[in-house]
Ligand binder design. Sequence first.
Ligand SMILES: Cc1ncc(COP(=O)(O)O)c(C=O)c1O
Length: 294
Amino acid sequence: MEHEPLLMIPGPVPIPQRVRAAMTRQAINHRGPEFGAAYADTVRTLKTLFGTENELYIISGSGSAGMEAGVANFARDKRIVSLVNGKFGDRFAKIGARYGTVTALESGWGTPLDLAALERELEAGAEVVTMVHNETSAGIRNPAPEVGKLARKHDALFIMDGVTSIGGDDVRMDEWGVDVAVVGSQKCLAAPAGLAAIAVGERAWDRISEKRPFYLDLAAYRKSGTKAPMETPYTPAVPLFLALCEACKIIEEEGVDARVARHRRMTEAVRAAAKAGVSNSSRPSTNTTPTRTP
Ligand SMILES: Cc1ncc(COP(=O)(O)O)c(C=O)c1O
């Protein structure tokens, strides 16, 4: 029997049996009604998780492909301000530097972002803000509503990495003024790795770059995605789409509010356990023999 590893990393996370089974089906036509219906159903659930009525498309590529799609389509040759308090904020700044001019506002890993400095950059003419909502590397949730408000006030676009928040935490893209948001399939959605979903609002579509990449051209995703049946511009990773569709059915069955509440309970439990472990291990030992954990 296969030894089943218990993954305890932010993602990939263990995949439910039903989701795994969805990947093992015979191939289907990716330009046919069955695929189109699965894509449309998945998009419907994801929009709820993103808290958006914006258009949303799915890319065959990991979360970083979604981040790059956002920057390459909407921040090319622009003045970008990247908020950095961990590894993925830094990644966003690096992606931005390939396409535009980046000012990285760095705070220490896991420390609060400097919103006063952000406002100064926006006043000085920054046109795009990038931010990671849940900075996985440092375990900190960044203030998306506040950043969204500042970006709107200064007419800048706000591109948000929700790779490890969407599907596990409360996200309200439209209410918060996020123009572009991204999630990865292998994190809170509990689907296999390899897909990114990206939602795009009207303000971003209005500013889409003329000079877009080929594979990650979101105008092409929009054109294929608004057809019936719904399609992707190039052959997608069909088994992964079918698995994500099944994962979304599980999310619907659990209910979004219940899912967010469960993640919050788990967060508190893990933090309490970690703190208890730390305070236990820092207690003076009565045993004078040095001990070693195996
Ligand atoms: C917050 C965040 N953003 C982006 C990524 C990159 O995603 P991927 O590894 O799917 O490209 C990760 C991966 O852990 C992440 O946690």
